[in-house]
Write a protein that binds this ligand. Structure first.
Ligand code: FES
Length: 253
């Protein structure tokens, strides 16, 4: 059903707030969800990266500290996460979906279609500092390498020392790397690389197949973004609780 809006007149410069016609939720629900969860995850990630030297428990390795890099500067060991965190941070911060979420939820400018903004300054688009968002494709290259390393970690944790090991941590690591792959390889930049620059798909059948595969992931990119963030969070928390002795060590984990 078409939704029409009354045009703003001179004595009514700001159109009245309306309900988002594409959602049954109130307008404040989505920005609240984004702000609460992204802020909580950022605080958790900062705590892990700055406070812990590493993230290993037996065969399990946290995605925050993979690959393991042991470097000391002036005799002081640098937490492994310091060398790594900027790759997923750069990838997610410049991701097309997260950019939309951040503009709409943290900055409220632009807010959303048909939703009144609390501030109405000049919208300059992604200029000035935001122009660095154009580096997203380079962040994708680094993130793809990191996903390959996490696949190695997940398989290595299954066969530590050549013997099969099955535990809750193995399942979590595998689910995590599958979700991270779904997010990373559904990237808009990768979709363009796969076939977005081709004018003739029938002349490039392999590229067309790859492009269609990426498109399957890309149409749900926002969901992959959230789910993979939760799996990274969950697998690290599980390993962290084992390391701290909060979860008892046993053959099941
Ligand atoms: Fe989201 Fe590239 S657009 S990861």
């Amino acid at each position: 059903m078409a939704v029409t809006q009354p045009a703003a007149s001179a004595d009514q410069p700001h159109p009245a707030a309306v309900r988002n016609p594409y959602s049954v939720l109130p307008n404040w629900a989505y920005p609240t969800f984004v702000v609460v969860l992204l802020t909580a995850f950022s605080i958790y990630a900062a705590w892990v990266v700055l406070y812990f030297q590493n993230g290993r428990f037996g065969p399990y390795l946290s995605p925050f500290t993979s690959p393991e890099i042991d470097v000391a500067i002036a005799g002081l060991a640098v937490p492994t996460g310091i060398w790594i965190f900027w790759v997923p941070l750069a990838f997610r911060a410049t991701c097309y979906y997260y950019r939309k979420a951040i503009f709409r939820s943290y900055l409220w400018h632009p807010r959303s279609c048909a939703v009144r903004e609390p501030r109405r300054g000049t919208y300059r688009g992604e200029t000035r500092l935001f122009v660095f968002n154009n580096l997203h494709r380079f962040a994708f290259y680094l993130a793809a390498v990191q996903v390959a390393i996490l696949w190695f970690d997940a398989i290595d944790a299954l066969i530590p020392g050549g013997r099969l090991h099955l535990g809750v941590g193995n399942a979590l690591m595998l689910v995590n790397v599958v979700c991270l792959s779904g997010y990373t390889f559904g990237c808009h930049a990768f979709r363009h690389l796969a076939g977005g620059d081709r004018d003739c798909f029938s002349c490039h059948r392999l590229r067309h197949r790859l492009w269609r595969g990426v498109t399957v992931l890309n149409v749900r990119h926002d969901r992959w973004a959230w789910v993979s963030m939760f799996t990274v969070w969950g697998v690290d928390l599980y390993i962290r609780l084992l390391m701290m002795g909060v979860l008892p060590a046993g053959h099941w984990n």
